[in-house]
Design a binder for this molecule. Structure first.
Ligand code: SAM
Length: 265
């Protein structure tokens, strides 16, 4: 607890990331990672392998952009640094271990920015989706863009913010959540090179007897591109949930890569 408190006050981060809860979430996620290393490690390794697979589809290697880079645990950073002239990692928040890791490479840049492009307006109660414009990123000159466990996360904080502080109705919250995910997919398609979407496709909850107790679409029923690779990530093992220690949550994570060199999608 003390460690997390110190982390909150000593991590460099934007006013918005602090105020809206991104920093708090990143610290909580890092603490959960410490506790769940065993069940999270295979997921990180699968993500890294998926990114390598996307890179294998590239025909030039000027610039790779990873959206939702966060802890960097799911990124084969040394490989990307050696393969591309320039690597940009984007997230609202980078904790110190991620900053230290990125600093080991001359061609790796951390960009603290809002990938949804609308958080500044959400802070004031706005719920209009606008295309993001990330400084230093020219989509047509990017040879590979990776959306890394981000797409289904994009609505969570802004929708909660608008419902709690501005009384956004459930119907409007639902429409806004969907619009954020759709705008993210459209944004990926503005990039000229290979696109790689790594995202939760299904969330399932089980009790200790193995019975399925709940199941939902983490993409708010927005159709995501078909996936060619998938695995289960035990994101909340038994004993970890503050709401019910008798349940565990497994997410089905899927990877879509397009266009393939054969011209699919
Ligand atoms: C599930 S985490 C995955 C992060 C990272 N790939 C990892 O495993 O550590 C989702 C990430 O998306 C980031 N994020 C959420 N909304 C964002 C936004 N609007 N702009 C930039 N990053 C955002 C969060 O800060 C968080 O690091």
């Amino acid at each position: 607890m003390l460690k997390e408190f110190v982390q909150f006050y000593t991590t460099p981060s934007s006013r918005l990331a602090r105020k809206m809860g991104f920093l708090h979430e990143a610290i909580a996620m890092s603490a959960r990672h410490q506790r769940c290393q065993q069940s999270w490690q295979p997921h990180f390794e699968q993500c890294q392998a998926a990114i390598r697979q996307a890179v294998a589809e590239c025909t030039s290697f000027r610039h790779i952009v990873v959206l939702g880079a966060g802890s960097l645990n799911d990124i084969p950073l040394s490989f990307l640094s050696q393969t591309f002239a320039s690597v940009t990692l984007v997230d609202m928040v980078f904790l110190k271990p991620a900053r230290r890791q990125a600093a080991e490479y001359d061609n790796v840049t951390l960009l603290e920015a809002d990938v949804s492009g609308c958080l500044a307006k959400v802070e004031q109660g706005g719920s209009v989706v606008e295309p993001p414009s990330l400084p230093g990123i020219e989509p047509e000159k990017v040879d590979c863009v990776v959306s890394l466990n981000l797409a289904t996360q994009l609505p969570l904080i802004p929708v909660r913010w608008l419902m709690d502080r501005f009384g956004l109705s459930e119907a409007k919250a639902d429409a806004f959540g969907k619009a954020l995910i759709q705008a993210h997919l459209a944004y990926l398609n503005r990039f000229g090179g290979v696109k790689c979407l790594i995202a939760d496709r299904e969330m399932r909850e089980y009790d200790r007897s193995g019975r399925l107790t709940d199941q939902l679409d983490p993409a708010w029923d927005v159709p995501l591109p078909a996936y060619e690779l998938a695995w289960d990530w035990e994101v909340i093992p038994f004993g970890e949930s503050s709401e019910n220690a008798e349940l565990c949550q497994k997410n089905r994570v899927g990877v879509s890569i397009w266009p393939s060199r054969e011209g699919a999608v």
